[in-house]
Design a protein around this ligand. Structure first.
Ligand code: ADP
Ligand code: ADP
Ligand code: ZN
Ligand code: ZN
Length: 841
């Protein structure tokens, strides 16, 4: 790759010129893109849009940047991600606003992502109202993450772990010998503790509730750890006598209270099983000192607009803006008391206010600063970052975005477009990968990649102004963009509900005492502006209430850790009840956008179970039998056959000073994950690493006579995932892809009927052409006697559902109600529904 610096770029051309791009499936393509414009990359899933926008343009910009800052980093990045392209000219520095893939590794809050929290700390430090006689505090004292600010009781977490007697001793009629203290370790260790208590003079054969409070408290909660002689066979008197006689004990034992044992095990164990076990005995509650505000007392005594910084951070951004406006817009003159302080307050509040307004304009006014990022959807997070960028006032850069319309109601899309226009007006370029028709229509330039996915795509079908797409017969995008009805196909006859599932008095987040009825045996879309309460109603309340009614536990397969528990919402539990219809629901399948695994060890092949069959095929080859290799040998998760250097991951993490750590391919196996002996075994001329590298589509041909594998692959093809590689790590998959893998896994199971499927915006990441395919699958489920309920913004989907439930009218406190419900035709008539004008009926 030759270097083309921007200096010799012909400025008058004002173009980004890509020559010979071959990243992933791109077929040596050339394309010219205007700068200072909104360029939208379109095409069906897997066609190569991201490979061009992120894999080529953004990656090359990043490579040049790293090259300029650190030759050392450059060497590492070379191994990682140098895009395969002959030349790119006129490329400005790029900033990517990509949606988070997999599970976010860093926990932060709305305030920290947007840096608004920094501003607030400054405000409280410099312009806060201090109690009489209190010294001014530094800004750091308003951050729970500094020793200067953290509440000493909870170390700035806002919550404390507690163990209570009721948790530790669930049945107080039992004796200690009968293991009244359920929290004690099992087997010998527990026995050991009761023997020690005997030595200490406690009667282990009395029912727990007959012991004195002082005794019970000491046994459960003491921090003392006495070491005493142990005589396993003796009772209290015999032990006392033995000690007096100086009899040699069997051993010396050290006592640990149940509380110490639980907290210590939880903090130190590596085993998620132990962690789960001990966490049943802990309870998390609000810190009694700071009441969850995380800060020390002095910091909380400083007020602005009558509120401490914790209270201010709990306001929604819309409410916060109102508080700030007063100060930001006060007229100051020579008469103003405390003029200097007032000037500082005005300057800081104006700055914060403009940041907050950038967020509210993007429809995020319902969020609070303290809201943690793991509770946000990927689309909300991306819009947070976008708003932050708008305020950063960079110019001359290209922003590369990934489906910014995800999670946005059509009524909110205009605000998004206005934000993008603002970036362009400030002298930047904006490149977006997008499916939403209204965003595509707004583009200055469209690059349509395709015509199909994977090896059948990777070409530039069209590059030019939107209008030109009209005449490109080959383009799937053009067909949808200019079709008379946006979906191009009439809705089949509305199905009639078989029964109704009735919920009463639901409370969750912004939903306060709602009654809702969902039709069974049909397809329902729940719509509404973002923040109106769709997820609260469907993905949270409905799922939890049904699980409870079915006696299913919500099982999370990912291991829990301390921070997970601490961040669980204390008070955000669902209340409400199901009053009718449960007899028609036998099973609930919640197909959400959570990652299918937290580590690169999970992938499509392992999740769907098809890899088990693949490994059996390898183990059954003559070669494998001759070496005595069983199916386990072909797993990269067990030590037998995997590369010992990277332990089957295929890459190793490289720490860079001042830069996020990067993953570099393993030097030993070069990303193949297995050792040489295992790789020497082939099935139909491919080794196991080569098979993992096949796309679903290629694998479908390769395994054409292996029925069980084919069934899984066909289900994946049916949801439009033919372009994914079997071994693509879970951490690289988008939320939408993870959701479709779950759906495919469900589709390959035998349908029993009476199942309720709940989906969360299943069209995320899907081109309209793929949406039709998804709808066909969902309709199949309904026709087989099941129910589908989904949260959805795509009007093609909502308009083709049997039933629409529209939430709103606004977001946050202004939402939480059902504004309209009925067939799409009925809802389209509603005068109050903000969804009505967009329904395609
Ligand atoms: P789109 O953004 O249009 O959905 P992508 O650019 O993500 O499509 O994918 C285009 C093709 O490149 C697909 O066949 C996909 O499987 C392949 N691909 C994507 N990422 C990788 C990767 N990291 N390594 C190899 N192939 C990839
Ligand atoms: P939608 O799905 O329609 O976008 P949500 O149900 O996610 O809306 O949100 C409805 C309201 O509940 C919003 O005000 C949102 O900020 C709040 N909310 C949602 N999830 C949480 C949470 N985990 N903690 C606190 N508030 C939440
Ligand atoms: Zn505290
Ligand atoms: Zn390796």
């Amino acid at each position: 790759l030759s270097d083309h610096s921007d200096n010799d770029d012909n400025v008058t051309s004002n173009r980004v010129q890509v020559r010979g791009a071959r990243v992933h499936n791109l077929k040596n393509v050339d394309v010219d893109l205007p700068r200072n414009a909104l360029v939208v990359f379109t095409g069906i899933s897997g066609s190569g849009k991201s490979s061009l926008a992120f894999g080529t343009l953004f990656a090359e910009s990043q490579r040049r940047y790293l090259d300029s800052v650190s030759p050392y980093a450059r060497r590492l990045i070379d191994q990682v991600d140098e895009p395969d392209v002959d030349a790119i000219e006129g490329l400005p520095p790029a900033v990517a606003l990509q949606q988070q893939r997999g599970t976010p590794s860093v926990r932060s809050s709305v305030g920290s992502v947007t840096t608004i929290s920094n501003g607030l700390r400054m405000l409280y430090s410099r312009a806060g109202e201090y109690p009489e006689g209190q010294e001014m505090l530094y800004a750091d004292a308003f951050s729970p993450n500094t020793p200067d600010g953290a509440c000493p009781t909870c170390s700035g977490i806002g919550r404390v772990f507690e163990v209570t007697e009721a948790l530790l001793v669930p049945d107080n009629t039992k004796t200690i010998r009968e293991r009244a203290i359920a929290a004690w370790p099992p087997a010998w260790q527990g026995q050991n503790l009761s023997r020690i208590l005997t030595t200490l003079g406690y009667d282990i054969d009395k029912p727990w509730h007959t012991l004195s409070k002082k005794t019970r408290d000491w046994i459960l909660f003491t921090d003392e750890t006495p070491t005493v002689p142990v005589y396993p066979e003796y009772n209290i008197e015999q032990t006392r006598a033995a000690i007096e006689d100086g009899e040699k004990p069997n051993y010396m034992g050290t006592f640990t209270s149940a509380k110490r044992f639980i907290l210590h095990s939880f903090a130190t164990t590596q085993s998620s099983r132990t962690k789960k076990r001990v966490s049943q005995f802990m309870q998390i509650s609000e810190c009694p000192e700071c009441h969850g505000k995380k800060l020390k007392r002095e910091s909380l005594s400083v007020k602005f607009a009558g509120l401490d910084i914790g209270e201010l951070s709990q306001l929604t951004l819309t409410e916060l803006a109102l508080k700030l406006e007063k100060t930001a817009h006060t007229k100051l003159d020579n008469e103003t008391p405390n003029r200097e302080k007032a000037i500082v307050a005005q300057r800081i509040t104006s700055d914060i206010l403009s940041r907050v307004e950038a967020l509210t304009k993007l429809g995020l006014g319902y969020l609070s600063l303290e809201r943690t990022t793991p509770t946000l959807s990927p689309g909300e997070l991306q819009r947070l970052r976008l708003a932050t960028q708008i305020r950063s006032q960079l110019f001359g850069v290209v922003y590369v975005l990934d489906e910014p319309s995800a999670g946005l109601h059509p009524a909110d899309t205009q605000a998004l477009l206005a934000a993008l226009d603002e970036l362009i007006a400030a002298g930047n370029s904006v490149f977006v990968v997008e499916h939403d028709v209204s965003v595509i229509r707004h583009a200055d330039w469209v690059v349509d990649v395709g015509p199909k996915a994977g090896t059948h795509g990777g070409q530039i079908v069209y590059s030019g102004p939107v209008e030109g797409l009209r005449n490109v017969a080959q383009s799937h995008t053009g067909q949808y963009l200019f079709a008379d009805t946006a979906n191009g196909q009439p809705r089949s006859n509305t199905r009639q509900p078989a029964a109704w599932l009735k919920l009463a008095d639901i409370k969750r987040n912004n939903i306060t005492g709602l009654d809702a009825e969902f039709p069974l045996g049909v397809m329902t879309s729940v719509t509404g502006v973002s923040g109106s309460g769709k997820s609260s109603l469907v993905s949270q309340a409905l799922v939890e209430l049904i699980n409870e009614a079915l006696g299913q536990k919500i099982t999370e397969d990912a291991p829990i850790d301390e921070s997970d528990l601490l961040e669980q919402e204390l008070d955000s539990v669902t209340s409400g009840e199901i009053i009718a219809g449960m007899e028609y629901v036998r099973r609930l399948i919640n197909i959400n956008q959570k990652a299918i695994g937290r580590t690169p060890r999970s992938n499509l092949a392992t999740y769907t179970g098809l890899f088990d069959d693949v490994r059996k095929l390898f183990a059954a080859t003559k070669q494998a039998k001759a070496h005595g290799f069983d199916a386990g040998r072909f797993s990269f998760n067990t030590a037998k056959g995997r590369c010992p250097n990277c332990e089957g991951l295929g890459f190793v993490s490289v720490e860079l000073l001042f830069l996020p750590s990067v993953y570099a391919p393993c030097q030993v196996c070069h990303g193949k994950r297995y050792d040489d002996e295992t790789l020497a075994i082939t099935y139909r001329d491919k080794n196991i690493a080569e098979v993992l590298n096949l796309t679903v589509e290629a694998a479908h041909e390769f395994f054409s006579d292996e029925a069980p594998i084919l069934r899984a692959l066909e289900a994946l093809l049916q949801v439009g995932l033919g372009y994914l590689r079997l071994g693509q790590p879970a951490t690289e998959l988008s939320g939408g892809e993870a959701q479709r893998i779950k759906l495919a896994t469900e589709l390959q199971r035998t349908q029993r009927g009476d199942t309720l499927y709940i989906l969360d915006e299943p069209t995320t990441g899907l081109h309209p052409a793929d949406v039709s395919m998804l709808m066909a699958q969902l309709n199949g489920l309904v026709d087989a006697g099941n129910t589908v309920i989904m949260v959805e913004h795509d009007m093609q989907v909502a308009s083709n559902s049997d039933w629409v439930m529209d939430m709103g009218p606004g977001a946050g406190d202004a939402g939480g109600s059902i504004v309209a419900q009925g067939t799409p035709e009925d809802v389209a008539q509603s005068k109050t529904s903000r969804t009505a004008p967009f329904l395609l009926v």
